[in-house]
Design a protein around this ligand. Structure first.
Ligand code: FAD
Length: 317
C-alpha cells in the first residue's frame, strides 16, 4: 500500500485536531505517514496521538532551527520525502500557513494542488465547495503527487491503531530559508476559548451587533456553548472585533459542528468561510437575509433579545 504523507500541525507539544482529521482522510488513500517538523523532542510528545489515529510511520524532522524559519523547513521536508517515498498524496491542513506550504511543495515537486478540500474519496477524487457553496466541484490531480489541503473540521477524525514507527530524517537547511527568522511568538489571548479554526462550536457576530462593547453578547453565548468567537468582515472593519477572528473568504475557514451567526447577512464571501459547518443557526431581524438560505435553524428577531435568552437557557443545562 502506498504511503500518504500528512504534515503534522502542532502547538505547545500537542497535535491540532485538524491533523487527526488528515490522518483519517489519509487512511482512505493508503498508509498514513505523519511528518513532524519541529524542535528536538516534539515527536516524542505527540507520537501517541498520531499512533491513536492510524499513523503507520512518523518521519521526525527535528532541529533547533525548525521553528525559527518560516514554512521552509516543512516545505523542504515534504518535498524531500515526496521524492524519496513516491506517496499516493501529500495532505496538509488548509490553514493560511498550510496553504503556503502546500503550494510551494506542489511547485517544487511539479505536482497538481487542490485547495480547501471538504472531502476525499478512496480513488483520490476530492470535493470542493465554491462560490459560497453554490457549486460542488469534484477534481482529481493528474500530474505528479497530489498535494491536497483539507479544510479543518470538514472530515471527522476517527481513532485507529497505527504503529507510528519513528524514522529520523535529515533535511539540510536551504540557503533560501535563512534571510527571514522568527524572533518571537506570542499567543493571541482569547481567554479559555478554543482556537477558532479548531473549535466544534463557533458563535460569530456581524455588523448587526453594532459596537465593540455589544460583542459581549456574542462572547457570552460562545462561552455558554464552550465555543470560539468569530466575526464578519463588516464587524472587523467597523472595529467591533479583532481581524484574526474574521470568518470568510479573506478570513478563517471554519467547519464546526455548530455555527451560530448573530446579525450577519450571509454575503457570499462570509459563507465561503463557514458554509460547510455541520449545523448553522442564524439570528437576524431581516426575514429576507440570505443567511437563512443556508441555515438549518433560523430565528427572525433581534439578536439582543434572542442571544441572551439562548445563553441563559444553555447555562441552565
Ligand atoms: P451586513 O451585510 O451589513 O449585515 C448585517 C445584518 O445584521 C443584516 O442582515 C441585518 O438585518 C442584521 N441585523 C442588524 N441589526 C440586527 C439585530 N439587532 N438583530 C439581528 N440582526 C440584526 N465578509 C466576511 O464576513 N468575511 C470575509 O472574509 C469577507 N471577504 C471579502 C472579500 C472581498 C473581496 C469582498 C469584496 C468582500 C468580503 N467580505 C467578507 C464582505 C462581505 O461582502 C459582506 O460585506 C460582509 O460579510 C457583511 O457583513 P455582515 O453580514 O456582518 O454585515
Amino acid at each position: 500500500m502506498s504511503e500518504v504523507l500528512v504534515l503534522v500541525d502542532h502547538v505547545d507539544g500537542a497535535v491540532r485536531k485538524s491533523t487527526l482529521e488528515l490522518l483519517t482522510a489519509a487512511r482512505r488513500l493508503g498508509e498514513p505517514s505523519a511528518v513532524v517538523v519541529g524542535a528536538p523532542g516534539t515527536s516524542a510528545k505527540i507520537r501517541e496521538s498520531l499512533a491513536g489515529h492510524g499513523a503507520a510511520k512518523v518521519y521526525v524532522v527535528e532541529s533547533d532551527t525548525a521553528t525559527d524559519l518560516l514554512v521552509t523547513p516543512q516545505v523542504d521536508a515534504l518535498a524531500l520525502l515526496a521524492e524519496r517515498t513516491s506517496p499516493a498524496a501529500v495532505l496538509v491542513s488548509a490553514t493560511a500557513e498550510g496553504k503556503e506550504i502546500a503550494g510551494r511543495v506542489a511547485l517544487r515537486t511539479g505536482s497538481g494542488w487542490l485547495v480547501d478540500v471538504d472531502d476525499i474519496a478512496a480513488d483520490g477524487v476530492a470535493t470542493q465547495s465554491v462560490f459560497g457553496g453554490a457549486y460542488v466541484v469534484k477534481s482529481k490531480v493528474t500530474t505528479g503527487t497530489p498535494v491536497i489541503t483539507v479544510r479543518p473540521g470538514a472530515i471527522d477524525a476517527e481513532a485507529a491503531e497505527g504503529a507510528a514507527t519513528e524514522e529520523a530524517v535529515e533535511v539540510p537547511v536551504a540557503e533560501a530559508s535563512k534571510p527571514v527568522r522568527v524572533t518571537g511568538r506570542e499567543p493571541v489571548v482569547a481567554g479559555d476559548r478554543p482556537e477558532l479554526s479548531e473549535a466544534s462550536v463557533v458563535v460569530s457576530g456581524g455588523r448587526g451587533v453594532g459596537s465593540a462593547d455589544s460583542f459581549s453578547v456574542v462572547e457570552e453565548l460562545a462561552d455558554a456553548l464552550g465555543g470560539a468567537v468569530g466575526a464578519s468582515r463588516a464587524a472587523v472593519d467597523s472595529g467591533y472585533y479583532p481581524g484574526q477572528f474574521q470568518v470568510g473568504q479573506t478570513g478563517k475557514t471554519v467547519s464546526p459542528q455548530l455555527y451560530v451567526a448573530l446579525g450577519i447577512s450571509g454575503a457570499i464571501q462570509h459563507r465561503a468561510g463557514m458554509q460547510t459547518s455541520k449545523t448553522i443557526v442564524a439570528v437576524n431581524k431581516d426575514p429576507e437575509a440570505p443567511i437563512f438560505e443556508i441555515a438549518d435553524f433560523g430565528v427572525v428577531g433581534d439578536l439582543f433579545t434572542v442571544a441572551p435568552q439562548l445563553s441563559q437557557e444553555v447555562a441552565k443545562r
